[in-house]
Design a protein around this ligand. Sequence first.
Ligand SMILES: Cc1cc2nc3c(=O)[nH]c(=O)nc-3n(C[C@H](O)[C@H](O)[C@H](O)COP(=O)(O)OP(=O)(O)OC[C@H]3O[C@@H](n4cnc5c(N)ncnc54)[C@H](O)[C@@H]3O)c2cc1C
Length: 390
Amino acid sequence: MEKDVVIIGAGASGLMCAIEAGKRNRSVIVIDHASRPGEKIRVSGGGHCNFTNINLTSENYHSSNPHFSKSALARFTPYNFIELLNKHGIKYYEKGSGQMFCRNNSAEVIKMLVEECEKTGVQILLNHSIEEIKRNGVHLFIIKTNHAEIETESLVIATGSLSYPVLGATDIGHKIAKQFGLNVMPSKPALVPLIFHAEEFKRFKELSGISIDSIVSCNNRQFRGNILFTHRGLSGPAILHISLYWNTGDNLTINLLPEMDIYKIFMLKRQSKMKVNNLLSQYLPDRFSNTFCETYTESKMLNQYSDKELRNIAHQIHNWTITPSGTEGFKKAEVTLGGVDTKELSSRTMEANKVPGLYFIGEVVDVTGQLGGYNLHWAWASGYTAGQYV
Ligand SMILES: Cc1cc2nc3c(=O)[nH]c(=O)nc-3n(C[C@H](O)[C@H](O)[C@H](O)COP(=O)(O)OP(=O)(O)OC[C@H]3O[C@@H](n4cnc5c(N)ncnc54)[C@H](O)[C@@H]3O)c2cc1C
């Protein structure tokens, strides 16, 4: 079989690239080993697909080259995606700071992408495993799957990254990059729950299910949102967010009462016979206040503490410091940090500088967004960009 464009990966970036290339009357085939397209889109945003963020800038992305994403993000903006949703009558809403979600469910977005592919004559081959990719002369690639052999001038790698293998993630994109002599930046799970050290685990394991609005800081970054105690450590939006910037051995500092100065409250109740854990329970969940006081102080009445002791307790509440032992790994990471080195690619076309005709888009590239719709938007924008050139 011969095609103008072969795209490996029927996920967010691959389908968007296919639509754009199809609109240019290129003959396009998308190959995926999964039995359904867009499996990550399906589960994204808790089933409601946080498809973009209307406030996004390149600063919401982590990459060894912070400028790389600018070109694609400028070409395909959140409003371009919203326009596509409008065309298909898909309802959406904004949550938090610019996060856009589908009102019904993510399946609508997949249906929309597949319909757009059909309209432009794109063929999607599912249940196809890639067996071999070879270069045939300077201008052609041969892709061998378990069912077909396809020749093409433009090969697009849209295979995502290592996160959530249960949804079809593999390292094939990195392997293909290396096969063609491209550098791949080391990979690491990100937007991922963190695990307590043995000591902290012993103290806090009973708190599983509790969630607290906090500010979490690490390596000069801070995020506001809920932290959620799990059976093994901490999760919740603020923790997932900070995990992008956390490295093994780093401390996390957590302000558990960002809206107030608890020391001022202690001072107002300085003569009270109320126990400190009972006072804290007015602002924090009971179970947490009790465990926190058992861990960091004796449970005395407020009037029995010295000012210094109260200042220390307040400090702990506003600067609770923990040192996670690790992350829950790729199995539970929403995304993967690292990937194909951006130095190897043109930011204007997503083509490999030293391998004409070979393109990398989406999460396989060393561009990782923060939590809040940025990763899907990178997939759409990089797919759109490559789709104009393949
Ligand atoms: C649980 C979860 C929730 C998420 N929620 C959000 C969210 O709400 N908002 C957001 O912005 N981001 C979210 N993300 C991240 C987002 O889904 C990804 O960043 C995005 O899907 C990446 O798009 P992609 O096209 O690069 O890769 P993918 O969408 O992962 O597509 C890659 C495709 O390649 C195929 N493939 C892989 N290996 C092979 C192989 N060997 N042979 C053939 N095919 C292969 C896969 O089957 C898959 O279909 C979430 C991720 C997860 C795991």
